[in-house]
Design a protein around this ligand. Structure first.
Ligand code: NAD
Ligand code: UDP
Length: 372
């Protein structure tokens, strides 16, 4: 083990962001304990790391206490997509709130530094644009998104109270929409939905008029910022810090870019807007720039090309029922090329059986509850 290496607990480590974080932590020489109940995550997301001498996996639900010895904790355990977190809203609130209490209790007992993966959803449907950390938000406490939004807000409260009351070294980052390889093909999020629909030649489902905006951050940029928040900020600085890509796109623009990059003939169709769907979202990242010496490097088109390549391989792996248009350029400006066997193999390692099972069992594109 490296001299400055730590033992790091990642809750939700078998999920989309958690598995990328673990790759980076192991790469930096740390010991990693991955804790996950596999609700939305998959062991296959970390399968490529099996046998790694510094990785341990523990199947555990963070709503239950956990007794381990660690130096740092990244608390990511929580379903993140509207379809998943609205599936069992009571469990979602418990995961955020009881999970935070249990992980903070663990941090207090062992003196660990702890980071909370909070969310732009704490701003709700924001009346201030772009959103600075000082904005308190505009959140419906009793709607279908509240289990997630209010659960995450309460978790932030707990992190700040443990910091003030128990002098714990706590860190809160507010993550804005992040995308990339290892997202679930049918978690209902806009990037995964649009790419899967475009690859299958199905209609692209725009909710509302498609004029609502989001800012999309590529996963590699996000993980860099999250690790800098944990490692490079003063011990007594709890945040919160926004992490996201300030490039703002309407959902319709996103659909058009995906269709172009996939080379798809999919048409745009309009569905009702889900309840409490925020009209606009864009991070003010001045604080992250100053404090973390960070800003996102991967442009939307570039990140989408990588993500499309991932989903193309996952869908090809699904078998003959999937009709795919010709492969697009794998990187902007590159010649169009079919997916290499090596890429497929890598994706097989990076994706999961549970993910493919879900893809078979759930409707082609999942949809959250809508207003009527
Ligand atoms: P994900 O669903 O892929 O990962 C969440 C992981 O947590 C999964 O592996 C799941 O099995 C696990 N989990 C859920 N409930 C658990 C429980 N009770 N006990 C143990 N494990 C549990 O989602 P993600 O996109 O990787 O999100 C990771 C974290 O980042 C979440 O806390 C999410 O709220 C936050 N976040 C993500 C985004 C984004 O755009 N991806 C944006 C804002 C915040
Ligand atoms: N959205 C859409 N079509 C889809 C999936 C999502 O138009 O197939 C919209 C959704 O209504 C929202 C935006 O895309 O306005 C982002 O949705 P997502 O669930 O990805 O993230 P969040 O709303 O949590 O930011």
């Amino acid at each position: 083990m490296k001299k400055d290496a730590k033992t790091v607990l990642v809750t939700g480590g078998a999920g989309f962001l958690g598995s990328h974080l673990i790759d980076r932590l192991l790469g930096a020489g740390h010991e990693v304990l991955c804790v996950d109940n596999l609700f939305t995550g998959s062991k296959r997301n970390i399968e490529h790391l099996y046998g790694h001498p510094r990785l341990e996996f523990m199947r555990h639900d963070v709503t239950m206490p956990l007794y381990v010895e660690v130096d740092e904790i990244y608390n990511l355990a929580c379903p993140a997509s509207p379809v998943h977190y609205q599936h069992d809203p009571v469990q979602t609130t418990k995961t955020s709130v009881h999970g935070a209490i249990n992980m903070l209790g663990l941090a207090k007992r062992v003196g660990a530094k702890i980071l909370q993966a909070s969310t732009s959803e704490v701003y709700g449907d924001p009346a201030v644009h772009p959103q600075p950390e000082s904005y308190w938000g505009n959140v419906n406490p009793i709607g279908p998104r509240s289990c997630y939004d209010e659960g995450k807000r309460c978790a932030e409260t707990l992190f700040f109270d443990y910091h003030r009351q128990h002098k714990l070294r706590t860190k809160v980052v507010r993550i804005f929409n992040t995308y990339g390889p290892r997202m679930h093909p049918n978690d209902g999020r806009v990037v995964s939905n649009f790419i899967v629909q475009a690859l299958r030649g199905e209609d692209i489902t725009l909710y509302g008029d498609g004029q609502q905006t989001r800012s999309f951050c590529y996963v590699d940029d996000l993980i860099t910022a999250m690790m800098r928040m944990m490692e490079n900020t003063p011990e007594d600085f709890p945040g919160p810090v926004n992490i996201g890509n300030p490039g703002e796109f309407t959902i319709r623009e996103l659909a058009e870019i995906v269709i172009e990059l996939v080379g798809s003939r999919s048409r745009l169709v309009f569905h009702p807007l889900p309840a409490d769907d925020p009209k606009q979202r864009r991070p003010d990242i001045d604080l992250a720039k100053r404090l973390l010496d960070w800003e996102p490097k991967v442009a939307l088109r570039e990140g989408l090309v990588e993500t499309i390549a991932y989903f193309r391989a996952v869908l090809l792996d699904e078998g003959p029922r999937v009709v795919l248009p010709a492969a697009p350029a794998l990187r902007s400006g590159a010649e169009a090329a079919p997916i290499a066997t090596a890429t497929l193999a890598a994706v097989r390692r990076a994706s999961g059986e549970s993910l493919r099972r879900q893809a078979r069992e759930m409707p082609a594109t999942a949809k959250p509850s809508t207003t009527t």
